[in-house]
Design a protein around this ligand. Structure first.
Ligand code: NAP
Length: 470
């Protein structure tokens, strides 16, 4: 599949084979862009700024609705392509498509709500006699760099609000899963002037870095891991940054919790997309008094999950993105076992597959739970008090989401207030997002927020215009 530069399909000399993680078969190839093509894409986006800025909000909104309709019509084909390139079970790919469609619709709606605000300068010393207003104007060119695990919706969370507030974009999708983004970009390109949306494919440290370090890009909107986020922040110079990074989300189950509900939350949160979710449940912190009952039920539910071909509607657990990713999970679990953790079910790898795995007797210092383990793992940390639960939950560099199961209002509010993360859900696991909510982590989990209205805030700048009426 070709890249998209200045409204044209563009290829390059070197190609990358995009493989199906399920069977290793090549699905398609994409160019490994040379830097001259990245610069062409950036130049096209710079030149197209004027074209999109001249469009009315009415027109942009209609165009985004047209894209929304077209994506809806193509959703089944795109869901299949997503499953082929990511290995995600088809039922989950269908959900990603529904959410991508929703992201577009929300952006079409929000594009009509970018208001000008009057500012009372007369509230300040010598400010009398002014009529002043603050406009939200587009930043210019947004560089969007995205990860493999939800490639379509996470990329649309950058493209759609960027267009809604009249920016142009240069996108670098993940090299392992660039195909649905390229297809969707073609659909968007049909509706907008050439150069408004550009997609270049290639390695992050080359193509991604050329975007990050370009003086012609006005903002980087990045979703991916903490190390890449830190690298980007050191290379981006004087640009606005939104960084949506990794997580190590706790699921806290207190002694008065509804155990069955908490088990369902744990299953969903730990195993969705084979555990390759930034806001997945990465640590189950549970009161020792109910741990045995919870674990028995969790193990039973885990064993009921169907592992297999992700194109099969009945499959719950597909492969990880590649064999290296599965080997990393295997090694991390094996190291925890050497230090005293106990596998209760699962724990085996076959090529790109890793079994959904429940691990008991995990201590908070083990690598398994201090780092972000990107696989279908449910590690159990037993605690004896709410204080201990909160301390362990916060004892991490991450702070994306948290979930707390309790029927006690005081404990619920205490956890909500004291846990340091961008979102705390009560009686719901993390691993939950609607596309309009302010989404983004604290601490090393990131900088800034997405969720259409919030992304638009970060993709515009305020210009103050004051009329001296005296
Ligand atoms: P990653 O390795 O950080 O890669 C993300 C993107 O950055 C890819 O497109 C990658 O290119 C590119 N990249 C790599 N090095 C770069 C550099 N030096 N400069 C510019 N771009 C560079 O992350 P991943 O493994 O794809 O995704 C998993 C991670 O994303 C996890 O940590 C997960 O928690 C996080 N994530 C966060 C959120 C959130 O919303 N907070 C959502 C989903 C995922 P390549 O094509 O070469 O890989």
């Amino acid at each position: 599949m070709d890249m998209l530069i200045d409204g044209m399909k563009v290829t390059d000399n070197d190609m990358y084979e995009v493989k199906n993680p399920y069977d290793g078969q090549t699905i398609d190839t994409v160019p490994i862009a040379h830097l001259n093509n990245v610069h062409r894409a950036i130049k096209a986006a710079v030149n197209a700024k004027k074209d999109i800025q001249e469009m009315s909000a009415f027109k942009i909104s209609n165009k985004l609705y047209d894209v929304y309709e077209k994506l809806r019509k193509n959703k089944n084909n795109l869901a299949k392509l997503l499953t082929l390139e990511v290995g995600k079970p088809i039922k989950e790919s269908k959900v990603e498509l529904e959410r991508s469609i929703e992201t577009l619709k929300l952006s079409a709606e929000e594009s009509k709500r970018i208001y000008v605000e009057t500012v009372p300068l007369d509230a300040g010393l010598n400010g009398k006699d002014f009529f002043t207003f603050a406009q939200k104007i587009p930043l210019g060119v947004i560089g969007a760099i995205t990860p493999f695990n939800y490639p379509l919706n996470l990329t649309l969370h950058k493209i759609a609000p960027a267009l809604a507030c009249k920016n142009t974009v240069v996108i670098k999708p993940p090299l392992d899963a660039p195909l649905t983004v390229l297809k969707c970009a073609d659909i968007i390109n049909e509706q907008f002037p050439p150069g408004v949306i550009n997609v270049v494919t290639g390695y992050g440290n080359e193509v991604g870095d050329a975007i990050v370090s370009s003086p012609h890009i006005n903002k980087i909107s990045f979703t991916g891991s903490v190390p890449t986020g830190l690298m980007i922040s050191s290379r981006s110079g004087m640009k606005k940054l939104t960084l949506e990074l990794g997580g190590n989300d706790p699921l806290i189950v207190l002694d008065d919790a509804n155990i069955d509900e908490a088990v369902l939350g744990a299953v969903r949160g730990a195993y969705l997309n084979a555990g390759q979710v930034c806001m997945g449940v990465k640590r189950i912190i549970i009161d020792n008094s109910i741990a045995d009952e919870f674990i028995e039920k969790l193990v039973k539910k885990t064993q009921e999950l169907k592992i297999g071909n992700p194109l099969d509607e009945k499959t719950d657990i597909g492969p990880l993105i590649n064999e290296n990713a599965a080997i990393m999970v295997e090694e991390t679990v094996n190291n925890a076992v050497k230090k005293g953790a106990e596998i209760l079910t699962g724990g085996k790898r076959k090529k790109t597959f890793y079994e959904p795995t429940v691990i008991d007797n995990v201590s908070p210092e083990m690598d398994l739970v201090t780092n972000e383990t990107f696989g279908p793992i449910a590690p159990i940390i037993r605690i004896k008090s709410v204080d201990e639960a909160i301390n362990i939950a916060n004892n991490t560099e991450y702070g994306l989401q948290a979930g707390v199961y309790t029927e006690n209002l005081k404990n619920a509010l205490r956890c909500a207030n004291e846990i340091e993360s961008g979102t705390v859900f009560i009686n719901k696991q993390p691993t939950f997002r609607t596309d309009n909510m302010p989404f983004g982590g604290f601490k090393n989990s990131g900088i800034g927020k997405e969720g259409i209205k919030y992304a638009i805030e970060e993709m515009t700048k305020i210009k103050l215009i004051g009329l001296n009426l005296k």
